[in-house]
Design a protein around this ligand. Sequence first.
Ligand SMILES: Nc1nc(=O)c2c([nH]1)NC[C@@H]1CN(c3ccc(C(=O)N[C@@H](CCC(=O)O)C(=O)O)cc3)C=[N+]21
Ligand SMILES: [Mg+2]
Length: 297
Amino acid sequence: MTARIIDGKAFAAVLLENVAEHVTQLKQAHGLIPGLAVVLVGEDPASEIYVRSKAKKTVEVGMHSYEYKLPADTVEAELLALIEQLNLDPSVHGILVQLPLPEHLDEALVTNAIDPSRDVDGFHVSNAGLLATGQPAMVPCTPLGCLMMLRGYCGNLAGLHAVVIGRSNIVGKPMAQLLLKENCTVTVAHSHTRNLPDIVVAADIVVAAVGRPLFVKGQWLKTGATVIDVGINRIDQGDGTMRLVGDVDYGAAKDIAGAITPVPGGVGPMTIACLLANTVTACCRAHSLPEPARLKV
Ligand SMILES: Nc1nc(=O)c2c([nH]1)NC[C@@H]1CN(c3ccc(C(=O)N[C@@H](CCC(=O)O)C(=O)O)cc3)C=[N+]21
Ligand SMILES: [Mg+2]
């Protein structure tokens, strides 16, 4: 069996077109232009690539992009002051502070300083709580993108056994919450889990978000399983070049899985598309306008 490839770029293109249509509508009917502010502290090269790519897509769909690059030694009070300024700026509907932050900055404190209604990452504790209790919230972009692709491939997810590998606040936990909302049976595995292959083999859906290259082996999978690979690992090829690989051993998994996301071109592009969709949603909510139905979870 050769797995169908879940084309994240194609999913993202459809969502971005939908986002762009809503942006046009907001402009024409209400004179509103959604704005997304991205804050980057320090000079991590990978982070700079993501931030640039986010800004480019933001402008492509017709929204305003505001970029703030702060030096690595920025003190907490300065960063909090910038967030407060953005919280009060009526042209800013979404605020994203790129993670990870330098060691001396408290990520939870900074994340919770963002106005929850502008927290397009969905990382604020109140958005996490709303999601966990099944109330409308800003949903974290990566798990949201994964869910949209799963719905697109599997249709109704009710009753399926989903195994989420990884328990981060950013991916694993919100992914599990979203899958529970879809009436999946959800198992969350992590670094202390015993006999992981025996758990993964029972899964109809596997979401791998461990951050370890090629961690999930092909032979762990149930035949026909749907595999979502959240990992983005740069590995040194030994000849001075780098290769981008996921958390799943794609080469082996594609012969056993029913469908699988590639890396690159899977979860990554959908994460960015969902970020822009969340910004449109935040803009609509800020102005008490009906939320675009097709962007809703
Ligand atoms: N506050 C915050 N929110 C985030 O959403 C956030 C963050 N911090 N910190 C870093 C991670 C990582 N992330 C990615 C988004 C898109 C791609 C993406 O588009 N990847 C391309 C490949 C890009 C490449 O070549 O590196 C792909 O998978 O096809 C990757 C990674 C968002 N993150
Ligand atoms: Mg872990």
